[in-house]
Design a protein around this ligand. Structure first.
Ligand code: NAD
Length: 502
């Protein structure tokens, strides 16, 4: 008798091999070997709500083995590789990901629920780009030399860079493959080794990434994966004194805990956390460009994006025209099954998350807010959560203040750039922002004053491997991507020379 999963896969003509891949249990990966150990954690496919496979919870002993494996790799073959060989490995891994893009995109859709077209074009394709970009850094790890400033001739200074060491990677469920690849690519280029803990909800693509790294020729122990919950596996990993750096992407609440765990061991930290980013639509904005950017900014990945522009501040002069177009476009967005190639928005990641998002939507309705688009559903048991837009949102309402991590957009209007910026900066977060204007002076003034680490102009979400991404305020510390990320995996030593007996 076919179950809901078989029906779902059947409706989209998913072949036998892909079905088997989705229904494969996800083990740990230590020293280039799979390890089956620990109690089962079910993996639930978001569209059907059915368990497709299991992963397993790594306890402290297994986490310890994974860290030992990474330490051995660091002391062994990995540190002896020529930078050019490291670069070749990374390029080979990028090629293998490209070859396996259909499998990886499918797993991303089945685990996260995300639209298959976006999983192909963004999650997987951008991961390949990131690996190829960072492969170039392997041969460009350089220090500097120069005279000493406080001493006379005969004194020279030099800096040398070394890998930080063993890196703990903790990643969330919204972009499982991409987040892991971002962190590993820069870490590998810097010569580091990794023990990663993916989200317990979405570990499948991370496991394939590790298998492919081994296939590419990465020595055993350079990349290890331990699965499990944050409270058990994550805490064991981040609290271990052998961890030299923790790079975490997730919520601000967990990021604060992880930061506290790092301090007693003086582990270096990068914390990429939550956001409540604003799109600023100035009076001279191109309305079509702004509507398109705002729609993508909040409804892409069903709003489950850290720098989603969940607030829009729009100049009074164009507010009504902008809203007319935005409302029409949001009503037209295609909400459907993740495996449907035509889908723009698909089910949220889990029933628990849907409950959270639905509670915000219901609160907005109960509090009499102006829901000019309300496709949020009548009950938390519905499969889909479509776009919701709240116009003239009060600034003391949770819809305006809190990270919902779903397709809910709060809009406010104001007159002039200064008032728009005041509204945009009315948040403890500082992750992203987008500015819509045709005037360079407006763009530059707004970008200087807006509280955000990444600012898009006339669009949203076009992150680039060459430019750093990271938050201000409660959105975190440190950067992913760009040369800045590679630097964060390096220790700098100073050598101060007196040349008298050389
Ligand atoms: P989360 O904080 O619940 O979990 C993130 C990861 O941390 C998971 O792997 C989880 O198992 C682990 N974890 C939980 N408790 C832990 C602990 N005590 N010690 C170690 N690890 C622990 O976040 P989530 O729900 O998976 O993801 C959504 C959040 O991530 C949102 O707030 C979103 O804004 C944020 N996010 C930020 C970025 C960014 O780049 N700034 C990107 C994506 C997502």
């Amino acid at each position: 008798m076919p179950n809901k999963i078989d029906d779902y896969f059947g409706s989209w003509n998913i072949d036998h091999d892909l079905r088997a891949l989705a229904q494969r249990d996800v083990p740990h990966w230590i020293g280039n070997q799979k390890v089956l150990d620990g109690s089962e954690i079910p993996l639930v496919e978001p569209h059907t709500g059915e368990v497709v496979a299991n992963t397993f919870e790594a306890g402290a002993d297994l986490v310890s083995k994974a860290i030992a494996s990474a330490e051995n790799a660091l002391a062994g073959e990995w540190s002896q590789l020529r930078p050019l060989d490291c670069q070749s490995l990374m390029l080979k891994l990028a090629d293998l990901i490209e070859e396996h893009s259909e499998q990886l995109a499918f797993l991303e859709s089945v685990n996260v629920g995300k639209p298959i077209a976006q999983a192909r074009e963004i999650d997987v394709a951008a991961s390949v780009d990131v690996l190829r970009h960072f492969a170039g850094f392997c041969t460009r790890i350089e220090g500097r030399t120069g005279p000493l400033s406080a001493y006379g001739p005969g004194h020279t200074g030099m800096t040398v860079k070394q890998p930080v060491g063993v890196v703990a990677v903790i990643s969330p469920w919204n972009f499982p493959l991409q987040t892991l690849v971002w962190k590993c690519a820069a870490a590998f280029a810097a010569g580091c080794v990794v023990v990663a803990k993916p989200s317990e909800m979405t570990p499948a693509s991370s496991y394939i990434f590790a298998e492919l790294a081994a296939k590419a020729g990465f020595p055993a122990g350079v990349l290890n994966i331990v699965n499990g919950t944050g409270a058990i596996t994550g805490a064991a990993l981040t609290g271990d004194p052998r961890i030299d750096k923790i790079t975490f992407t997730g919520s601000t609440a967990t990021g604060v805990l992880v930061g506290q765990t790092a301090v007693p061991n003086m582990a270096r930290v990068t914390l990429e956390l939550g956001g409540k980013s604003a799109a600023i639509v100035a009076a001279d904005a191109d309305l079509d460009v702004a509507v398109d950017g705002v729609l993508n900014g909040i409804f892409f990945n069903s709003g489950q994006v850290c720098d989603a522009t969940s607030r829009v501040v729009v100049d009074e002069a164009i507010h009504d025209a902008f809203m007319d177009r935005l409302i029409t476009a949001a009503q037209d967005l295609n909400v459907g099954a993740g495996l449907d190639p035509e889908t723009f928005m698909s089910p949220l990641v889990s029933q628990q998350h849907r409950k959270k998002v639905f509670s915000y939507i219901q609160a907005a309705r109960d509090d009499g807010l102006s829901l000019v688009v309300d496709r949020g559903g009548d009950s938390v048991d519905e499969t889909f959560t479509g776009p919701v837009i709240v116009q003239d949102c009060p600034q003391d309402h949770p819809i305006w203040r809190e990270e919902i991590f779903g397709p809910v957009l709060a809009v406010c209007k104001a007159k002039g750039l200064a008032a728009l910026l005041e509204l945009a900066n009315d948040t403890e977060y500082g992750l992203g922002a987008s500015i819509y204007s045709r005037n360079m002076a407006t763009i530059l003034a707004a970008s200087k004053q807006v509280k955000a680490g990444t600012i898009y102009v006339n669009g949203h979400g076009f992150l680039d491997p060459a430019y750093p991404f990271g938050g201000l305020g409660m959105s975190g510390v440190g950067k992913d991507l760009g040369a800045e990320q590679v630097e964060s995996y390096l220790e700098t030593k100073s050598l101060l020379f007196s040349e008298q007996s050389i």
